[in-house]
Design a protein around this ligand. Sequence first.
Ligand code: ATP
Ligand code: MG
Length: 355
Amino acid sequence: MSTTQLNPATLLENINTAVLVFDDDLKLLSINAAGENLLSVSGKQVLGLQPQEFLPGAVQFFANLKRTQEESRPYIDWGVEINLQNHKTITVGCMITPVLENDVCVQVIAELIDSASFTRVMREESITAVYDTARKSLKGIAHEIKNPLGGLRGAAQLLERELVDVELKEYTQIIIKEADRLRNLVDRMLVHDSRPQLTEVNLHELLEYVCDLVQAEVESQMNITRDYDPSLPLLQGDREQLIQVFINVIRNAMQAIGSDGHIWLRTRIRRRCTIRQHYYKLVAQIDILDDGPGIPADIEHEVFYPLITGRAEGTGLGLSIAQSLLQLHGGAISYSRENEQTIFKILLPLSQKHD
Ligand SMILES: Nc1ncnc2c1ncn2[C@@H]1O[C@H](COP(=O)(O)OP(=O)(O)OP(=O)(O)O)[C@@H](O)[C@H]1O
Ligand SMILES: [Mg+2]
């Protein structure tokens, strides 16, 4: 255990909450990295300024600061709208604390939390809980089907041996073939159980490997444009499971576009990122885009549930399995549609999580 005492400035720089400190004239004395990030400002340019000078639309925030200063007591406001210099508006939760010396307020500390990301995290959590429940019940059903299925197939084989009339064997063959098909389906439902066997994985090499596999399934040459960030570090992950994730997503894209469509693979490093309530300093973002028609509107909000499919020959397990395997890696997957493109965004942590 380290006994080194971190100085307060280092601590402030490393926390995920935006912290701004103002002097008794409400001029900015310090702002941490999370603050610069949230307010889209550079500390160097805004130090010494009052908030209305660098955030002209932040009337309510300024009023809250003044009120804390005048009343010399902490103040909390959960719905403060701030118009940023880049014309975006954010809604923040804002906790303002006075620093008192001899009962006089000499400084004011403002902590800001982005309400939108807070709400998004809570929504993601509740959706994930529903997905988990759906998968658990599906797994229960899969087990129940799997056991008698073996008996059914065995009995059909025994029966076939006893049959003298060859024509009747056609029926036992149907039983055996359908039992096999059902077992394959059930095995896919049960596949995402095991803990990841972690090794160092090169995501670009893995994506190329998956492209070759998917290419082998189609006759025409797939149009794939790569936009890889070469500085993306190696990732600790289960190679086989991650291959499964990317096969499922890239195969879907390939099925959606037809022979003259296009797929884009994009990788980026993201810093200071929250995935399912956990904060990571470094995250790999892998976007898989295609110019197909997108997910049919009637299933758009349900595609990560098991057995939801928009294809006649689909089983609706691909995305559910991908999500489940990513979850085992602390990662996440989401769908969106922008500029006539279908986008699957995958996030995978590259660093340890910080709660
Ligand atoms: N890139 C995409 N473009 C358009 N629709 C998509 C795309 N990816 C997924 N979908 C839609 O989402 C549905 C669910 O996908 P999912 O991979 O979970 O199941 P599936 O492809 O139907 O079956 P399988 O279990 O064989 O993968 C698909 O049937 C398809 O309708
Ligand atoms: Mg699929």
